[in-house]
Design a protein around this ligand. Structure first.
Ligand code: BF8
Length: 635
């Protein structure tokens, strides 16, 4: 079988052919075995919240219209969606918490394996939070910033968390306040939207979706947005900002993307997951003379680290490490037979990787207390002992090298070069320190608008097809594309982040990119770095003195998979952005929830969701949205 129905990436197709010939189980095969998938689940109209159920409601009106407790399809769908956002926000934000705890440990001298790499960023974050730096040493200032961040997680007051209050444009805070007033007059209930303690907002969802609590789709959706705003302007933002402090701000640089970054002659270590706290150390150790000597002793030419998914994005932006692929490449990478160790931290790790690794010499190493996978080797990562543990991990990879079976090795040669590392600071820096030049080219129509694309691969969508086609269709229409996560890797693999891609852009966008020496498609980092896009949107809105919702901006998650993507989409919508989704979220079984998210939120928040299956049609719809916003601004 040719396999080109499963991915548009030639490297993936080559590996899938090998999987097919050798009957190696993989995520595409498992999807087929799951067919037909549950229609109730797809529409969101099943409920397993209490033991009087499980209940389900046929959206076509055949059978009961309520669960045993009386919950309607609207209640079920809204509760299920809220729970997705709570889980997604918790995952992102727990990542942010760990970075804040590490900053605290460094500041107090408890951890000496890490240091403050970026004092300028530390001062910038402190200034933003209104923390006076005068007379404080770097470590004292770091301590105060860490405390401010940690307080955002555990705050028990009704006040908005400090990061949100400090980073969100004032107009957005006002808009959310107005929306709260509208909700109050519509329902009589106090329904908040500005995020309080980050942990509290997730717990609030767990509480209100418990048996016998909130049944109103409107307040359930409102809490979904509030919790997600606590992620975007809280947990994820904290992760991004404090990682820049601890590991350095990403710089614009050229990297390589796709399975061809693996090196046949070297000990290959893949790091996969999300938190750079571990992978930064693995990269450091793998570059050390000592470990490279050890690798040479077992016959390898040296040590090669490559990334997958968002951990891959973190180290490619900061360390220039090549990225082996996005979510659907994780199994394929092992199938190259050339990976000595796959080292994972948290999130987006298929449990199937354990079985698959056991067919090769690959050491599958879990490191987080939150990710234990039967069949993996667990080496618990402890931040205070990071150097020693990273060395142990790298040594394990070196030890595996002599067990490599040359007959099983096939590394597809594909790689593409990508220019990456576009933080808000880098973008504004390239523009001379202010959004003014960007605003000017948007105002005069040279660039029509900006679209942020985020999210995953989803095995139900041909891998990378939507990411790549949508991106191409947008830049062709003079729309600058920025984004994060597995989308960014898909775009990098496709050469869309190469300077040559300027040729694929419309004449206006092309001219701007040529004059700035940048690609028309900008890599802004990992999924927690979606916060960078929020901050950029806020900076542009503030510069113009308008709401984010008035700007010619839109978002998309075209191959989304995870609950984290629900949180991202919801905080984009809560911040005033129209957001495209494909596949459709599990809400279509509820006319009320679908109506709130696609129409009602437009008036309330400025942002809303829309669903579209075709990349070119999506681009057309985005252009129409952008033109509508442009007309609203009179440009
Ligand atoms: O946080 S894009 S599959 S790797 S969830 Fe996961 Fe989705 Fe990839 Fe990163 Ni984001």
């Amino acid at each position: 079988v040719k396999q080109d129905h499963r991915s548009v990436d030639p490297a993936a197709i080559a590996m899938l052919q090998i999987a097919d010939q050798n009957e190696i189980d993989n995520v595409w095969e498992r999807l087929e075995k799951q067919q037909p998938q549950c229609g109730y689940g797809q529409l969101g109209t099943c409920c397993r919240i209490c033991t009087q159920g499980p209940c389900r409601i046929d959206p076509l009106g055949e059978g009961p219209t309520q669960g045993v407790c009386g919950a309607t399809a609207d209640t079920m769908v809204a509760r299920n969606l809220a729970r997705m956002a709570a889980v997604g926000s918790s995952a992102h934000s727990d990542h942010g918490r760990k970075v804040a705890l590490l900053l605290k440990a460094v500041a107090t001298g408890e951890n000496t394996d890490y240091e403050i790499v970026n004092e300028e960023k530390l001062q910038g974050v402190a200034a933003k939070l209104g923390i006076a730096a005068d007379g404080l040493t770097t470590l004292e200032l770091a301590d105060k910033v860490a405390d401010a961040a940690l307080d955002c997680f555990g705050s028990q007051t009704e006040a908005p968390i400090q990061f949100a209050a400090s980073y969100m444009p004032e107009r957005l805070q006002k808009q959310l306040g107005n929306a709260e007033a509208t909700l109050k007059s519509a329902t009589g209930a106090r329904i908040g939207l500005m995020p309080r303690g980050i942990d509290r907002e997730s717990v609030d969802i767990l509480h209100r979706t418990h048996f016998g609590c909130d049944a109103d789709p409107l307040s359930l959706v409102a809490q979904t947005v509030r919790c997600s705003l606590g992620d975007g302007w809280g947990g994820s933002l904290i992760a991004t900002e404090l990682q820049d402090v601890l590991f350095g701000a990403p710089q614009i640089r050229t990297i390589k993307a796709n399975l061809g970054v693996l090196d046949k002659e070297m000990v290959n270590i893949i790091v996969h997951g999300h938190e750079p706290v571990l992978s930064e150390k693995v990269v450091e150790l793998a570059r050390s003379a000592k470990m490279n000597e050890a690798a040479k002793k077992v016959g390898a030419a040296g040590i090669n680290v490559a990334g997958l998914c968002c951990t891959g994005n973190e180290i490619l932006m900061r360390q220039g490490v090549g990225v082996a692929g996005n979510l659907l490449h994780s199994e394929l990478a092992i199938m190259t037979g050339a990976v000595e160790a796959l080292v994972v931290d948290v999130q987006c790790i298929f449990p199937s990787l354990a079985d698959l690794s056991s067919c090769y010499h690959t050491q599958f190493i879990t490191t987080s207390e939150q990710v234990n996978i039967p069949g993996a080797t667990h080496i618990q990562f402890e931040e205070h002992d990071a150097n020693q543990i990273a060395e142990q991990i790298v040594q394990k990879a070196i030890d595996a090298y002599p067990n490599r079976n040359a007959a099983k090795v096939y590394i597809p040669e594909q790689t593409a070069e990508a220019v990456v590392g576009f933080t808000v600071e880098q973008i504004l820096g390239a523009l001379g320190g202010s959004p003014a030049p960007l605003v000017e080219v948007i105002a005069n129509g040279t660039i029509k608008g900006v679209v942020g694309i985020v999210g995953c691969n989803n095995v139900k969508v041909k891998q990378d097809l939507f990411h790549q086609e949508l991106t191409r269709e947008l830049i062709k229409r003079d729309i600058l594309v920025i984004g994060t996560g597995c989308w960014a890797i898909a775009a990098a693999k496709d050469g869309l982040m190469n300077l040559d891609a300027q040729e694929l852009a419309g004449s206006g966008l092309k001219a701007v990119c040529q004059s700035l020496g940048i690609p028309p498609v900008l890599h802004m980092g990992s999924c927690v770095d979606c916060s960078r896009m929020l901050v950029l949107a806020g900076a542009i809105a503030d510069h113009l003195g308008v709401d984010i919702s008035a700007l010619p901006l839109a978002g998309s998650a075209p191959e989304w998979t995870t609950e984290k993507a629900v949180a991202i989409g919801s905080y984009f919508v809560g911040s005033g952005l129209p957001v495209h989704l494909w596949p459709a979220p599990p809400i279509l079984g509820s006319p009320a929830v679908t109506g709130i998210l696609t129409e009602g939120s437009k008036d309330l928040l400025g942002g809303y969701f829309f669903v579209e299956e075709d990349p070119a049609a999506t681009a057309e719809q985005m252009l129409a949205i952008i033109n509508e916003k442009r007309a609203g601004l009179g440009i």
